[in-house]
Design a binder for this molecule. Structure first.
Ligand code: IPM
Ligand code: MG
Length: 351
């Protein structure tokens, strides 16, 4: 039986997860044999059991085929010691323990949402790119600490050859299934880790002569994503650069509330929207559940090979948007404003 662990987490995570599960149940049908198990994570877990990543949550995730995660964190837990906070105490260890080294964030301009973006229509129309972000190395996981004389702090950016190879290989493989263009983003004019990344990437490229490989500095990549995003097909980059560039790239798709993500280790995956727990709108039935819903489509695709059902969800989302339904983050004049639950219902209806 396929086992899916469901982790609502904090803030709007608690509101978008039920909508995603509702949509999943609808697409899977009544007789499906999927097992959904809910566990605590993040601030909610701190409040209930005193730790952001309870052992039983981690164990359940390890034995599951896939994990659905809403969002974690919030001001309530911001003043805890760093290692106990939801981000460093739960999300990062979970990514590391499950070896989720490949984070896939597809950015596609949805025609109905072009006017919701702050960017011009001619710039974002037909954008279709995917960012492959390394997720278990680099600055996020290097040694970090404080020193005296003078008072200082450091985070080390370290990559091993194997860590670079596996993510870059995946990026080339992905490019083969798409428009066969790969852009590796680094800062090789300054960073040694980037020069190493570039060497290995060039070496792997020898096996993939059909793929057109380019290298771009991260600062230029940020500018190019806004200037002319259609030049990109697959982008591969290290953890921190990928974090920053994917928030930026989300606006090409209309809103960060639309950006789905899959964090993979082979077929096993954790699926979560790229946005956070949005404490400012939590509990108000205002959050956009579509990134979470689109993340479940990625789950059906990557963990269960249910491509038709995944497309059904994606088409249903496109349809509700074409019908003019909007949550507040993508609202437009004349649009039909819906709450989180109502948007979930609309997607089920469209299915
Ligand atoms: C993301 C988020 C996380 C990250 C935070 C919540 C730690 O911004 O998934 O992009 O930086 O990876
Ligand atoms: Mg981020």
């Amino acid at each position: 039986m396929p086992k899916v662990v469901v982790l609502p987490g904090d803030g709007i995570g608690k509101e978008i997860i039920p909508e995603a599960v509702k949509v999943l149940q609808a697409v899977l049908g009544n007789n499906n044999n999927f097992e959904f198990e809910e566990y605590l994570i993040g601030g909610s877990a701190i409040d209930e059991v005193g730790t952001a990543l309870p052992a039983e949550t981690l164990e359940a995730c390890k034995s599951a085929d896939a994990v659905l995660l809403g969002a974690i964190g919030g001001p309530k837990w911001d003043n805890l010691p760093a290692q106990q906070r939801p981000e460093l105490g739960a999300l990062l260890p979970l990514r590391k323990e499950l070896n989720l080294y490949a984070n896939i964030r597809p950015v596609k301009a949805i025609p109905a949402l072009i006017s919701a973006s702050t960017l011009k229509e001619e710039v974002i129309k037909n954008v279709d790119l995917v960012v492959i972000r390394e997720l278990t190395g680099g600055l996020y996981f290097g040694e970090k600490g404080r020193k005296k004389d003078p008072e200082s702090a450091y985070d080390l950016l370290v990559y091993t050859e194997d860590e670079i190879r596996r993510i870059v290989e995946l990026a080339f493989q992905t490019a083969l299934t798409r428009r066969k263009k790969l852009c590796s983003v680094d800062k090789a004019n300054v960073l040694e880790s980037s020069r190493f990344w570039r060497e290995i990437t060039n070496d792997i490229a020898k096996k993939y002569s059909e793929v057109e490989l380019t290298h771009m500095y991260v600062d230029n990549a940020a500018m190019q994503l806004v200037r002319y995003p259609k030049q990109f097909d697959v982008i591969v980059t290290e953890n921190m650069f990928g974090d920053i560039l994917t928030d930026l790239a989300s606006m090409l798709g209309g809103s960060i509330g639309m950006l789905a993500s899959a964090s993979l280790s082979g077929r096993k995956g954790l699926y979560e929207p790229a946005h956070g727990s949005a404490p400012d709108i939590a509990g108000q039935n205002k959050a956009n559940p579509l990134a979470m819903i689109l993340s479940t489509a990625m789950m059906l695709r990557y963990s269960f090979d249910l491509h038709t059902k995944a497309s059904k969800i994606e088409n249903a989302v496109a349809k509700v948007l074409e019908q003019g339904y909007r949550t507040a983050d993508i609202a437009e004049v004349g649009g039909k404003l819906l709450g989180t639950r109502e948007m979930g219902d609309a997607v089920v209806e469209a299915l």
